[in-house]
Ligand binder design. Sequence first.
Ligand code: ADQ
Length: 458
Amino acid sequence: MSRLVVASNRVPNPRGSQPQAGGLAVALSGALRRNGGLWFGWNGQLSQTAVSRPRMDQAEGIDYATLPLSKDDYDDFYLGYSNAVIWPVFHFNLGAMSYERRYSEAYARVNDLFADALAPLVEPDDVIWVHDYHLMPMARELRERGVRQRIGFFLHIPFPDYDVLRAMPGHRRLLEDLCRYDLLGFQTENDRHAFEESASRAVGALVETSGVVRHRNRRLRTGVYPVGVDVDELADLSRRTLTAPRVRRLLDGLGERDLVVGVDRLDYSKGLEQRLRAVEALLQDYPHRRGHTVMMQIASPSRSSISEYADLRQRLEGLAGHINGSYGDLDWAPIHYLNRTFARGSLMGLYRAARVGLVTPLRDGMNLVAKEFVTSQDPDNPGVLVLSELAGAAAELEDAILVNPYDVDAIAAAINAALAMPLPERRRRHQRMMNRLRENAIDVWEKRFLDDLHWHIA
Ligand code: ADQ
């Protein structure tokens, strides 16, 4: 059997005890634990100068090969081209893009360095699975170093429409690079279609049949693989942690009040401002909810040295304070706003205790929180998911209450409807969503992708 080599920008510390607030880490640690293999990428640390010899480690059956990033590369590759150019553009937010030429130079430089470090580790029977927007040039870079093994790529974030993408400096090069993979995986059909459209308009690719693209003299395959969750593990975790002291303390503090929960990385793509404003609109327009509803928003800080993120954090703190100041009482604050990460068990217990899960990103590749919320519910008395129709998860979770995440009043109405929804309807919706989540659980995601990669036709 061939060995799986995973390359992703960020590799979690194999001996770390910190919980991970990021969908990619959560999805991949499961895949590697199940298959074994090598995980290659950045170890999250900074060095004085660029380092090209990876540090090797091993834990829980997974081999790790990791590198630090130099401070310049961290600034210009990670914060710069990856997160101030590609991330906003791929989330349809051209206003947040901030481009400098040195960013694209650093993006090329780090991919070159990573390929230098990875190529010597690759063995003849390996299959290589590259993840996400930081490493789009990896297939070309590895091919230039003589790597002939199969190489697949999965994009965790949305793929933008061509008219958005074309505003991004360097987009043609990236499209050419993506065409060098054997298999490209996307979260939804929409994303795959947007890629095919862009590749055909910008770099002359030809869609031969569904899922087969010809570019120059070679073919690549494309596929849709919605990232899922480990349904049984999460359901079990949420049952067990409902009685954990931390979750109990929270529930005791709530008394008879209804809990609405939101959990996100603190990111402008997650629609957090609109979400807090929607809670304000709920209290304004549905006065019977005052004093009886508590919104707990957990937003763990990420990429804090990018100004958009630091500004957003300030605005959210101001907004939560304003709403609590306007509507709160001596014994009730409508919004509990926490900037920290939690152990997964506590999160699942929190989801299970909530009447409503509020997941309203302005764009999201998938959104695992939506799936975790549904999976954590008590099937006999489930809470209701209010979900953005612009999250990839909406393609599967049609039985959530779907909302436009920019429409604050519509979100408020959806929260009110969720809180009022009768038990039989809650059960019906939950059951149907669970069926979808089981069909597309996390092991199915990785198996379908790897089966297709083995079977590629280039
Ligand atoms: P993210 O943008 O990071 O992922 P998401 O899919 O919601 O978004 O995953 C976040 C993960 O981190 C979840 O598993 C969540 O439980 C966890 N998490 C969030 N906040 C946390 C906190 N405060 N404490 C502890 N854990 C926390 C990217 C894409 C998504 C895509 C995933 C996976 O942006 O669209 O779904 O990758 O492909």
